[in-house]
Design a protein around this ligand. Structure first.
Ligand code: FEO
Length: 405
């Protein structure tokens, strides 16, 4: 399904909903789908802002035909981001509209060569440079690493509409048109999960991009995924400010794996200890069953992680090792970490967890609790104490990082 909707005079949203892809980037679950947003900016010349994943080209094409008369095609395709969720259809689209010129920046054109073999008919805009459509002016605001090196924002100056690519994006198909309706917790949760999964690694670059958004002072913000935002996008702007500073809400994540319920019982005791210490928002994830996408989203929200698992083949349990690896690459900071685990005849499952605690941005909170065999009452009491200490560590936290935009 494609629908089109007016964003401003002469600017039409022609996004496409994808309710079929199970895993975004072959990684992240999409229970509510996702939208690939595109728009037509119609001046004397016409620019298409972003495209869609290749399988959705027919729907994008139908929307273009609906907006533009006859066989008229866009004169330009402005590529804010060349990742194939937005630009996968680019090659075929150029075959249909051979006169259309691809607009980006020098890094876009480099990626255009390696992804599409296109080296001619392109326009590279310097940072701040304007593409004048006649009655519409598109200013390129480079925003590298939000989320690839070539990413940029495009600001239509006459209507003050800012197209932001992945910045301010959210999972979830756009059900009833392109605009954010009631800004409920469900939308915030899916925007946070998108941020933690896709953009979190690049939080310092996000902060630079936020400063560019503020300077532009847009009336309307249109990300490449999820709803568009009126009134300067105040809610999502505030969320991004918090998430990119690693600001934490009071609350904790208990993430564990367990083969025979020994580590699971320890996890329950850590959670009980957190609750005894007054933490009333505790997200417990069995890593054999909770997808890391949702664990990351909760970790981007709360200030502490209790992480545990059994030793497996003299190392960490695979699901635990996988989460540790993801956390290292996501560069989450300002978080307290407590660790626990169990083993039968050979330890070795805790070392990578300890190393996470020594990584920048993490504070390893004692006691470390590890048991051989099944936990007895004294071990479970020590797990509850770990919960108490994690709660205390959050209360004493130095506050979020304040990376300057
Ligand atoms: Fe929506 Fe980084 O692609």
């Amino acid at each position: 399904m494609t629908h089109s909707a007016s964003l401003a005079d002469g600017i039409v949203w022609i996004g496409v909903n994808d309710r079929e892809t199970d895993l975004f980037e072959a990684l992240w679950p999409l229970p509510g789908g996702i939208s690939y947003n595109a728009a037509l900016v119609v001046g004397e010349q016409v620019a298409l802002i972003d495209a869609v994943r290749a399988p959705f080209l027919p729907e994008l094409l139908a929307a273009i035909r609906r907006v533009l008369p006859g066989d008229r095609g866009p004169d330009y395709l402005v590529v804010n981001h060349l990742e194939p969720d937005h630009a996968g259809a680019l090659g075929t689209l150029l075959g249909i509209f051979p006169g259309m010129r691809v607009v980006g920046n020098a890094k876009t054109l480099d990626l255009l060569t390696v992804y599409h073999g296109i080296t001619t008919g392109t326009v590279a805009l310097a940072d701040g440079e304007v593409l004048d459509l006649g009655g519409r002016r598109l200013r390129a605001l480079h925003a590298p690493m939000v989320h690839w090196p070539e990413t940029m924002l495009t600001f239509e100056e006459t209507s003050r509409v800012l197209f932001t690519g992945d910045l301010f994006g959210s999972y979830g198909a756009v059900a009833a048109g392109p605009f954010a309706g009631d800004v409920g917790t469900a939308l915030e949760a899916e925007a946070r999960r998108y941020y933690a999964n896709v953009l979190g690694t690049y939080s310092s670059m996000v902060r630079k991009a936020l400063a560019r958004v503020d300077a532009a002072d847009p009336a309307l913000v249109v990300p490449a995924h999820g709803p568009a935002w009126r009134d300067g996008a105040r809610p999502v702007r505030a969320w991004y400010d918090r998430w990119s500073r690693y600001e934490a809400e009071p609350g904790a994540v208990v993430a564990f794996a367990s083969m025979y319920r020994n580590t699971a019982r320890m996890a329950e005791s850590v959670a009980a200890g957190l609750a005894e210490a007054g933490i009333d928002r505790i997200a417990v994830h069995d890593l054999a069953r909770s997808h890391a996408s949702f664990v990351l989203a909760d970790l981007w929200r709360y200030g502490a992680l209790a992480l545990g698992g059994p030793t497996y083949n003299t190392g960490p349990f695979p699901a635990v090792a996988s989460l540790v690896r993801l956390l290292r690459t996501k560069r989450l900071a300002n978080r307290a970490l407590g660790i626990f685990g169990s083993y039968g005849w050979s330890g070795g499952g805790m070392e990578e967890l300890r190393q996470l605690g020594a990584a920048p941005g993490w504070r390893l909170v004692p006691p470390e609790v590890e048991v051989r065999g099944a936990p007895r009452e004294e071990t479970l009491a020590e797990c509850r104490r770990l919960g108490h200490e994690l709660a205390r560590a959050m209360q004493a936290a130095p506050g979020p990082a304040t990376a300057a935009p």
